[in-house]
Design a protein around this ligand. Structure first.
Ligand code: 3BY
Ligand code: FES
Ligand code: FE
Length: 411
């Protein structure tokens, strides 16, 4: 396990434009540093807000050592708490999601209301003050239909992303959505390999036969890397969409931590289906044409999303160990869409279920190769893997900035 200064050395000697060293992908010390410096400090995607539409609805997630619960209050506000009982530390909600009038600890039934206040604790004596034992708060924000949490005491600024997401997501109907299907898989690979894999389509032609029916693997056609890489077809798409009131142009944060862009699918495909037609008859939101393509949104370190006229797909990435990562995918449809009438679940989910499984295999094989003593970091393709280069630059920038070497003692 690398020490802090060995990690700094690895970060500082990283060759620009090349994949990371084996240690930076799979050393347990680096994994802990990734948790400490990134996952415990950055805003993380937790759930689509429609999963929490009613008071008492909750979702849980495990961020490194921290179990977290996000829950809708009676006042309709979303709150997040450490999912840890203030009595003897039991994990409060063991389920991935559910609905409850109060949070009742399964161990000795200490009971908290939806605002995190302790409202019941049996036989704790005269001096016991329940107000001293409320749940510990975690920052929580709903960015126009996607809920983020942050474990830091002082979270990084969110205003730019919040403003942009609110305007880009407004037409996607996320407030009037429901979860049609959810899948959670474990990929036996480091979380950075999962994100890297998502940030390029160099592998798509070889790995994703069903996705490639609708999603172009030509980097110019997906404008992954910036507005300047957009070709005339994308520019025309943006013009058409924006004239119809849909913000679409590529927009990102200065440090590349997040990006939104609405890209056309191939040959006016409507959705990620085998037929290329919409999967859901009842559209989401107010997008005025069926071939508006996919609004792509990524946010490092743990999410990418596709918002389409007929459905949306959110992806949540959580590191489980140096070489294991959980990926939860949610398919959202209009809340009034009826399965079997407005949509068929297989048609809706088959392309991304297959794509996720294909990506899982790619990531697992990548991890296996990197664990070999023969592994040597190779160069990224600037044309095909610019998105990966940007992610790695973001990662290195954050880690180098935060793992600052201890200053020498003043003489
Ligand atoms: O989900 C994405 O963002 C796309 C689809 C395939 C690879 N990736 C670039
Ligand atoms: Fe929760 Fe005892 S640990 S009530
Ligand atoms: Fe892929």
């Amino acid at each position: 396990m690398l020490s802090q200064s060995e990690i700094q050395q690895q970060l500082n000697h990283q060759r620009p434009g090349f994949a990371l060293t084996r240690e930076l992908y799979c050393d347990p010390g680096v994994w802990q540093a990734d948790l400490d410096q990134i996952f415990y400090r950055e805003w993380l995607f937790a759930a689509p807000s429609c999963e929490l539409s009613r008071p008492g609805a909750y979702v849980t997630l495990q961020v490194g050592a921290c179990p977290v619960v996000v829950i809708r209050g009676k006042d309709m506000r979303l709150r997040a708490f450490h999912n840890v009982c203030r009595h003897r530390g039991q994990r409060l909600c063991p389920k991935a999601s559910g609905s409850t009038p109060n949070l009742v600890c399964p161990y000795h039934q200490w009971t908290y209301d939806l605002e995190g206040r302790l409202i019941y604790a049996r036989d704790m004596g005269e001096d016991f003050n329940p107000a001293d034992y409320g749940l510990k708060k975690v920052h929580c924000a709903d960015l126009g239909g996607v809920v983020y949490i942050c474990l830091a005491d002082v979270p990084p600024p969110l205003a730019d992303l919040a403003r942009t997401a609110a305007s880009y997501l407004a037409a996607s109907g996320l407030q009037d959505a429901k979860i049609a299907f959810q899948s959670t898989i474990v990929e036996k690979g480091n979380w950075k390999l999962v994100i890297e894999n998502n940030r390029e389509c160099y592998h798509c032609g070889g790995a994703h036969p069903s996705l490639c029916r609708t999603y172009s693997d030509n980097p110019d056609m997906t404008s992954m890397e910036g507005p300047d890489s957009a070709n005339s077809e994308i520019l025309a798409h943006w013009q058409r969409c924006e004239a119809a009131g849909l913000p679409s142009r590529f927009i990102r944060s200065e440090d590349y931590q997040w990006r939104l862009a609405r890209i056309p699918l191939m040959n006016h495909a409507e959705s990620f289906t085998m037929s290329t037609r919409a999967a859901v008859a009842k559209p989401m939101g107010t997008i005025p044409f069926r071939d508006a393509g996919s609004l792509l949104m990524y946010h490092y370190p743990n999410s990418w999303n596709h918002f389409l006229p007929d459905h949306a797909i959110t992806f949540r990435v959580l590191p489980l160990s140096p070489t294991e990562t959980e990926v939860t995918t949610s398919w959202l449809v209009h809340k009034d869409a009826v399965e079997g009438v407005d949509y068929d679940l297989k048609t809706l989910t088959e392309v991304w279920l297959a794509t996720n499984d294909e990506d899982r295999r790619v990531v697992e094989e990548n991890q296996k190769g990197i664990l070999s003593p023969a592994y040597e970091p190779g160069p990224y393709s600037v044309r095909q893997e610019e998105g990966v280069i940007q992610f790695i630059d973001w990662y290195l920038g954050v880690m180098r900035g935060r793992l600052i070497p201890a200053p020498a003692l003043a003489a």
